[in-house]
Design a protein around this ligand. Structure first.
Ligand code: PLP
Length: 406
């Protein structure tokens, strides 16, 4: 059951001695996963409602993904993009056939996908808008950790220590179309927002926000770009998050997280009219490699063929109902919000860290996305029984953890 090669204490000692200390890690050493469950080095079982950070949409070690990776590893894993390779083309076809976008470029992460999208926008500005280069993004957004994406990410916490930021990004309030209009000028080439803000605390847009931003972009001939790194691949209850919003179709869309089903894989996609990158403009050694795209193609097929997004819609509704019932019982719960299975539970005080820690001790992995907000992002294949179990653990934790001292 537990593949102990070293004790948990020994693994942790290695981390403390050798790993760069940039994360405050949670206690367990996780060694295995299956579906919604993961196991630590001591054989303890957890329900993983973080899904490897909104990555394992079809669950940990899905048999079809495991088989695809095994098979591909024995065939070929990496060539240069100078040659044709096959799994990337299969995955590109699935993504284009199931979206409003026409072309795809594969990279290795969400940050890289947004970097690529930014290059498309800059090129668009160069070709069509007199060299306009500025991209409007939202406060409380998250677009990644590279130098440029820290400037795109509208959160002081990710920016303050890294001044001067890369130029070319303007942050305005999320869900405020007028703020975008005000920030638009002759330098603007694009707007980049998340359909639902994930890392920012599960922040919902007004139902017509994205459509109004899209209309504004169209009227100014600037690109409407959606960061679907977290919301794509079924998470919001449709294959891509934008499909939950009437009339919304991005010009450019970025994907990562669930795209590779646990392998490092990102993508940016464009509509034909703004597919402006030419040979030599962009590239990636690993981007679109056969191993990651074989995993991605297998997972994407599962999502399409087994209607996993529909399952997410149902699971999300079920979980939301259960969390709203907890709200009746625990009056310090302020709001349950979200879409599909990207759900936030906001409290009136800052007790998410101790509640998450208590849940962990009792076999449930959650994310304290804000001091007062807990995020739920389980695999989309999570069962009602697993949701019942998770809510039971959470309920007990909410009953036990007192309000923080004022
Ligand atoms: C996680 C995330 C990113 C960054 O992805 P990385 O793979 O960590 O670079 C970008 N945008 C959104 C919306 C994300 O949730």
């Amino acid at each position: 059951m537990s593949p102990v090669k070293k004790t948990t204490a020994e693994w942790k000692a290695l981390e403390a001695r050798y790993y760069m200390q940039v994360v405050r890690r949670m206690p367990p050493v996780i060694v295995r996963g299956l579906g919604t469950k993961v196991w630590d080095n001591d054989g303890k079982e957890y329900l993983d409602f973080t899904a490897g950070w909104a990555v394992m949409n079809v669950g940990h070690s899905h048999p079809k993904v495991v088989e695809a990776v095994r098979e591909q590893a024995g065939l070929i894993t990496q060539m240069t993009n100078l040659f044709y390779t096959t799994p990337q083309l299969e995955l590109a076809q699935i993504l284009v056939d199931n979206s409003c976008l026409d072309r795809v470029f594969f990279c290795n992460s969400g940050a890289e996908a947004n970097e690529g999208a930014s290059k498309v926008a800059k090129k668009w500005g160069r070709l069509k808008l007199n060299g306009a280069y500025e991209i409007i993004t939202a406060n409380n957004s998250f677009h990644g950790r590279t130098q440029a994406m820290m400037a795109a990410t509208g959160q002081p916490h990710y920016q303050e220590k890294w001044m001067p930021l890369m130029p070319g990004f303007v942050n305005v309030d999320f869900n405020d179309v007028d703020a975008i209009k005000k920030a638009t000028n002759e330098k603007t080439c694009a707007v980049l927002v998340e359909p639902v803000q994930g890392e920012g605390g599960v922040n919902m847009p007004a139902p017509d926000y994205l459509k109004r931003v899209q209309d504004w972009c169209k009227s100014k001939n600037i690109l409407f770009m959606l960061d679907e790194v977290q919301t794509g691949m079924g998470r919001l209850g449709t294959m891509f998050g934008y499909q939950r919003f009437a009339g919304v179709e991005p010009d450019v869309m970025t994907l990562a997280k669930a795209l590779g089903a646990g392998t490092p894989l990102g993508a940016f996609m464009t509509k034909e009219f703004c597919s402006v990158l030419e040979p030599g403009d962009h590239g990636s050694t690993f981007g679109g490699n056969a191993l990651a795209t074989a995993a991605g193609a297998a997972a994407a097929k599962v999502i399409v063929e087994e209607k996993v997004a529909d399952k997410a819609m149902k699971a999300g509704a079920y979980l939301t109902g259960k969390l709203n019932a907890l709200k009746e019982k625990h009056h310090f719960i302020k709001e349950v919000r979200g879409m599909g299975v990207l759900i936030g539970l906001e409290m009136k005080d800052n007790r998410s860290a101790p509640v998450v820690r208590e849940c962990l001790d009792n076999g449930l992995l959650l994310n304290a996305v804000r001091p007062n907000t807990i995020r739920f992002m389980p695999p989309l294949t999570v069962s009602n029984a697993e949701i019942d179990q998770a809510v039971k653990v959470l309920d007990a934790a909410l009953s036990k953890i007192p309000a923080p001292a004022a």
